[in-house]
Design a protein around this ligand. Sequence first.
Ligand code: ASP
Length: 305
Amino acid sequence: MIHGGAGVLADMKHEASEAQFRQSMLDVLEQGRQCLEAGASALDAVEQCVVLLENNPHFNAGRGSVLNAQGQVEMDAALMNGEDLRAGGVACIKQVKNPIALARHVLEQGDHVLLAGEGALEFAQTRAVELCPDEYFITAARVQQLREAQAAGRMTLDHETLPNRPSQKLGTVGAVARDRMGNLAAATSTGGLVNKRWGRVGDTPVVGAGVFADNETCAVSATGYGEQFLRTVLAKTVSDLVWLRQLDAIAAAQAGIEYLVEKVNGEGGLIVIDRYGRCGAAQSTSGLIHGWIELEGEACCRLGA
Ligand code: ASP
């Protein structure tokens, strides 16, 4: 199961854009399915899906990340393995083509869970991780989006509509998977919020907030205002709801979003897969861009509510 951020594509002006967007979601799902069918682990599958989404400039992750208040790209990403609770994350990083691949190196290296900023970049240089100049990440649409947010004096979600402006409706990315061995994994990657303060870290790279996986419960990837997901430790909360109330993925996703709204009036969404492979999604925003695929099924994709 994958997501492309909290929001809807309904306001996109060109049908072709929506069709292309849908197609890229379906392609990623199909590649994830093939990966799992070939016997790859859930961890490999979520990493691969997120790499593909990071390489697509339409999403707020990797290439095409939103810009901070200084017009720079600072990215966060993390992934987690439900079998043994190993996790790896990177925060506030620049120049790394695929932040989720660097997060995987952090996980595999194993000494630490979360690396940030220059130290993370130095670590990347010791690994076979591709680096790109700043221009690779920054698109004209993102420069325009930042100008609009700054003119309005706002810090926004990527997809958020500013008054009197066409909506962008694209966003942060994530994936959750269950493999043939029954192992679960989750991955999330983002450029964060438009016009955020430099040095700001959101929920995405923080285990338990924007990402969580435990074979005994579920795997979760979140999107929305990171501060609200950090304060509610939302991904772990969803896992706890599965454990304590014996909820399935669908009920847990819904209960998690109800908790987010009740506690902090939070805006966002999440995708969940439970240990039986059931998929759930819920959001408090106008929609959640997401899709899912089963071993022998057709890919399904929702670009709206
Ligand atoms: N959760 C991300 C952050 O706050 C943003 C998003 O999901 O669009 O950095």
